[in-house]
Write a protein that binds this ligand. Structure first.
Ligand SMILES: N[C@@H](CCC(=O)N[C@@H](CS)C(=O)NCC(=O)O)C(=O)O
Length: 277
């Protein structure tokens, strides 16, 4: 699989790269970022996938989360995919929470989204094939995290493929999209009226039905301006019903922004590093 280098910068002794490739999954050019820690100079390193939220590209977390310092310290690589296909021939919507920048980590089945909006396949199949064949990454040591819409992606992907994603955490995830305006509108657009498909992309439903075989770490700002849309209580309730091991932390005074993410990112990277060994 071919890709081109957009930029590479030294960061905390490692390399923060941005790359571009022609994606078969989305039929578009996709940009992604990879942070390789210094340890990657000596052999394959564990990988933490970081999925971003609404309106984001590969760049938001890469420049705002402050994750590289901790990834360097714990010897773990970071991968930042984009959040949707983009471009002139790609369907879009005027709203910030539908279309480009809002792929919701599903494979759309409905018009006009189906031809390009295949972010589940992109993030779980195509991009892994590309990065594992081209970077010194340990395929057997993958964890996944994300923020908001990306937290939804991380949780649903990890609970669907726990044998592959050996650790999972989330920052302020969209926790119960089939019962939220951050979910119903997008699932109707991308997946139609097939509520079984909705449920297979709903972290609270998946938590109730299958849970995750390891421990789960969730951080949620207690002053998050989007609490009504994120619905953390649904996920916390589902974790209790499932007897899911893990930590669900309400962080006093924190909002939804990257100031919240950058405050707790070290805890999350340590969490993954400890489990990916
Ligand atoms: N209406 C807000 C909502 C979007 C929002 O808060 N997005 C979060 C994820 S759900 C984000 O990470 N924004 C980009 C950033 O803070 O860099 C906006 O357009 O900024």
């Amino acid at each position: 699989m071919k890709f081109e280098t957009v930029s590479e910068n030294r960061s905390f002794g490692g390399i923060q790269g941005v790359y571009r490739h022609q994606s078969e999954a989305t039929g578009t050019t996709m940009t992604f970022a990879v942070y390789l820690p210094p340890a990657a100079e000596h052999g394959k390193v564990p990988v933490l996938w970081y999925l971003s939220g609404l309106t984001c590209t590969h760049e938001n977390a890469m420049t705002k989360a402050g994750a590289q310092e901790w990834a360097a310290e714990y010897g773990i690589a970071l991968i930042f995919p984009d959040t949707s296909p983009r471009g002139e021939g790609v369907a879009d919507d005027e709203a910030y929470d539908l279309g480009q920048g809002a792929g919701f980590y599903v494979d759309a089945t409905q018009k006009p989204w189906a031809p390009h909006f295949r972010m589940w396949h992109y993030v779980t199949h195509e991009l892994p094939e590309l990065v594992f064949s081209n970077f010194p990454l340990d395929r057997e040591a993958q964890g996944i995290t994300g923020h908001s819409m990306g937290g939804h992606g991380a949780l649903t992907i990890a609970m669907t493929m726990p044998e592959r994603y050996r650790s999972v955490s989330a920052f302020a995830p969209i926790a119960n999209p089939s019962d939220s305006d951050w979910g119903r509108k997008q699932f109707t657009a991308y997946l139609g009226d097939d509520h079984a498909a909705w449920e297979s992309h709903d972290a609270s439903v998946l938590m109730r039905e299958r849970g995750y075989p390891g421990e789960v770490l969730i951080d949620q700002g207690a002053s998050d301006q989007f609490l009504d849309l994120l619905k953390p209580a649904s996920l916390a309730q589902a974790m209790i019903e499932r007897r899911q091991p893990g930590e669900f932390r309400m962080q006093k005074g924190y909002d939804h922004s990257y100031f919240f993410v950058q405050t707790f990112v070290a805890d999350h990277i340590r969490w993954h590093a400890e489990r990916l060994g």
